[in-house]
Ligand binder design. Structure first.
Ligand SMILES: Nc1nc2c(c(=O)[nH]1)N[C@H]1C(S)=C(S)[C@@H](COP(=O)(O)OP(=O)(O)OC[C@H]3O[C@@H](n4cnc5c(=O)[nH]c(N)nc54)[C@H](O)[C@@H]3O)O[C@H]1N2
Ligand SMILES: Nc1nc2c(c(=O)[nH]1)N[C@H]1C(S)=C(S)[C@@H](COP(=O)(O)OP(=O)(O)OC[C@H]3O[C@@H](n4cnc5c(=O)[nH]c(N)nc54)[C@H](O)[C@@H]3O)O[C@H]1N2
Ligand code: SF4
Ligand SMILES: [Mo]
Length: 666
């Protein structure tokens, strides 16, 4: 038996290092790499048995061609040659009649590996296809951070160790950033307090000393209420502000007076006394640290909410102190230039851009040219994109030629005309860069491809060849491409680091000394006042909302990762598609625990099983996880309720900015 290193490929900020136990060419066990300084030898429940995903009986093993009606999931096996030939013949006809813009790629983050994730870009740029605006996750979060902090580096997670107050703000860390709990436990042992601010009491509340439940989409008002108390009680760090912050005085004079704890209490549903307590605790801490999630950016006011929260550490001077600051996400763009993979310059003419959150409309609108072909890879839009009824209606179009490259028979794969089998991360090469810590790692294949599966890179090489692209870029091996990019990066000129990386071991890049107070904004200061914004001073904006009774939070489930891991019966047997409701709301509506219910709004209706729980506040219902339709009681899953509306900035998704009515299923 051999023990080989690999990396968790999923869209999770931890980007864990893996040890894969391989016997007779088969991966038989996977554990966390003790050498990886964030993983520290442990894995989350999803990845603890990754081999069950890799060898799942649901893996697609050969190329398939549709043999039944669209969406039926009926296919017949074909060879790779036939599949590629069928795709390119169709595309050539479409291009001749409508132009290449009639072809739309759709991809997101089934793997975060930089090569496989970006492998389609150079191909579709060369083709001249329509461009996809990939904003389904949380671009409003990045926008809000940058409006205040510019390109300032985020704090290292080990800052948490010396913090005395950690706030987990809109992050269900037990599900989505589990390894940060190691760092938090170190801080707690040294006496730190942990507060959680969420829309309901998530299981992460178990690691917090206190949970504050905020009405969805109103955190911006909470921030203004906290700052109001700080201003009133002279708790702001005026020395730090005078040296490093732009616009605090203006905010304190013009915006803060309106946001007394009583006013904020009416907006947020948090008692005025708790707002005061939180403000005093935060301002009194010697080094408060905020770990900011993404959930609260998925609202019509998401960018503004993040901008407001990002201002808080500036007001109390947290940046100046070891252990203080705010971590929204890390960036290591300089360490690996993905432009050398995506190759935007291969696009010779400008093409239209389609926002991925509006796929449902885009597939149905009459446009010139119409979308005649969709190529889906590393994504499952039939399940994960908002407004599922519109997406499914689009995918059902008889005249839409759909190609899906997948590992499993997902809801999207069922609508394919041609379905291609994809490798898992154990079967291909890649390089990974975390967005929650400063670790990078390279991974080589540890097993042969299962069945006839091919990686994204290989498929685009085949397609480029079949479309007659005369460009040696597409015939490179992924490892050669990675080598050539590393050779150009200043970070990897250090021979030592380079060797560790090439050996497939995790490499931690240390931020430069003083990075936390090196504010990379145009003014060199933290910009509470940002003159380039249409609201130069931040303010509270309302979320979109809907005309219905309950806010619907539809956030991550610990056992799934977006719609990935639905293939795993061992993880998903019980408690699928629950709708959690407060006992008082359930009583008022005459609903009881375990009852089949329907949640609905103007966009659709979804069947759930009701779970009555006092961890949910009144006026809110919660469902966790994006489930494949085969796990649903009815014919739709959660995204039939969510909306294609976008965020205030950066055109992001607004998954949680949704309301529903709930009734018993008769
Ligand atoms: N197990 C698991 N892990 C995952 C994922 C998964 O699906 N499952 N998804 C991955 C992906 S793609 C991403 S982007 C990240 C997700 O990262 P995040 O989006 O940060 O996900 P969560 O940490 O669950 O944060 C969502 C939390 O925000 C809360 N929330 C929603 N609205 C509000 C609000 O208005 N105010 C406040 N204070 N809180 C609010 C929700 O109740 C939920 O607990 O996680 C990744 N990791
Ligand atoms: N209701 C609701 N919807 C949500 C969210 C939510 O919180 N609530 N979260 C949203 C967020 S934050 C995000 S980021 C999106 C994520 O949406 P997606 O990025 O589409 O994520 P997944 O659902 O995990 O689908 C990824 C697919 O890629 C496939 N795959 C994995 N590896 C490979 C590979 O190497 N090659 C190919 N070709 N395929 C591969 C997997 O089998 C899987 O089916 O979902 C969003 N949707
Ligand atoms: S999903 Fe996240 S926590 Fe789990 S192994 Fe992968 S990177 Fe680590
Ligand atoms: Mo995401």
């Amino acid at each position: 038996m051999e023990i080989l290193r690999s990396v968790c490929p999923y869209d999770c900020p931890d980007t864990c290092g893996l040890l894969v136990y391989v016997e007779d060419g088969k991966a038989i066990k996977v554990t966390g790499d003790p050498e990886h300084s964030f993983t520290r030898g442990t894995l989350c429940p999803k990845m603890a048995h990754y081999e069950k995903t890799v060898y799942s009986k649901r893996r697609i093993l050969t190329p398939l061609r549709r043999s039944g009606p669209k969406g039926s999931g009926e296919f017949a096996a074909v060879s790779w040659e036939e599949a590629i030939e069928h795709i390119t013949t169709n595309w050539q006809q479409i291009i001749a009649q409508y132009g290449a813009e009639a072809i739309l790629p759709y991809s997101y983050a089934g793997t975060m590996g930089l090569v496989q994730r970006n492998a389609g870009h150079p191909f579709f740029y060369s083709l001249g296809a329509s461009r996809l605006e990939r904003t389904i996750c949380s671009p409003a979060k990045g926008y809000g951070w940058q409006a205040v902090m510019g390109q300032t580096m985020a704090p290292h997670t080990n800052e948490i160790h010396t913090s005395d107050l950690v706030i987990l703000w809109g992050i269900h860390a037990l599900a989505t950033d589990i390894h940060i709990l190691h760092d938090i436990s170190i801080a707690r042992k040294r006496g730190a307090k942990v507060w959680l601010i969420d829309t309901y009491e998530t299981p992460t509340a178990a690691v917090a000393d206190r949970t504050v439940v905020v009405r969805p989409g109103t955190d911006g008002a909470l921030v203004l209420g906290m700052m109001h108390v700080m201003a009133r009680e002279n708790l702001a760090d005026l020395d730090f502000i005078n040296n490093h912050v732009q616009g605090y005085q203006e905010l304190a004079e013009t915006v803060l007076p309106e946001y007394s704890p009583e006013v904020v209490s009416r907006i947020t549903g948090i008692a005025a006394g708790v707002i005061e307590q939180l403000a005093r605790l935060y301002a009194g801490a010697h080094a408060p640290f905020i770990r900011l999630g993404s959930g609260l950016s998925r609202y019509g006011n998401g960018a503004m909410t993040i901008r407001l929260i990002t201002c808080l550490p500036a007001v109390v001077g947290a940046w100046g102190k070891p252990g203080g600051g705010l971590l929204a996400g890390t960036s290591m763009e300089a360490a690996f230039d993905t432009n050398l993979i995506t190759r935007e310059e291969f696009q010779t003419q400008s093409t239209r851009v389609i926002n991925m959150n509006t796929l449902g409309s885009a597939l149905q609108e009459i446009t010139n040219p119409p979308i005649k072909s969709l190529y889906v890879y590393i994504s499952n839009p039939a399940a994960i994109a908002p407004d599922q009824n519109q997406v499914l209606a689009g995918l059902a179009r008889e005249d839409l030629f759909t190609v899906v490259h997948e590992r499993f028979m997902t809801d999207t794969a069922k609508y394919a005309d041609i379905l291609l089998p994809a490798t898992t991360s154990l079967e291909h090469s890649d390089i990974y860069r975390s967005y929650g810590n400063y670790i990078m790692q390279r991974a080589y294949p540890v097993i042969e491809p299962v069945g006839q599966a091919k990686s994204n890179w290989e498929v685009f090489s085949l397609l480029a060849n079949a479309m007659g692209f005369d460009n040696r870029f597409f015939t490179q091996a992924p490892d050669d491409l990675i080598d050539s990019i590393l050779a150009k990066s200043p970070v990897w000129q250090d021979k030592n680091l380079q060797e560790i990386l090439q050996a497939g071991r995790p490499v931690e890049l240390s931020p430069p000394a003083g990075y936390k107070t090196d504010f990379k904004t145009p003014s060199g200061k933290i910009e509470i006042l940002n003159p380039r914004e249409d609201h130069p001073l931040p303010r509270y904006l309302n979320p979109h909302g809907d005309d219905a009774e309950f806010w619907l939070i539809n956030s991550p489930d610990m056992r799934l990762l977006n719609s990935s891991f639905n293939e795993r019966d061992d993880l998903t047997q019980a408690n699928k598609m629950l709708l959690k409701m407060n006992p008082a709301d359930a009583a008022k509506k005459g609903l009881s625990d375990g009852l089949p219910v329907i949640a609905g709004n103007e966009r659709g209706e979804v069947n759930f099983t009701l779970r009555v729980a006092d961890t949910i506040p009144t006026g809110v219902v919660v469902t966790e996880g994006v489930w494949w339709l085969e796990h649903a009681a009815g014919s739709r899953s959660v995204n039939a309720l969510t909306s294609q509306r976008l965020t205030d900035k950066a055109k992001g998704s607004t998954f949680y900015d949704v309301k529903v009515n709930v009734r018993a299923c008769s």
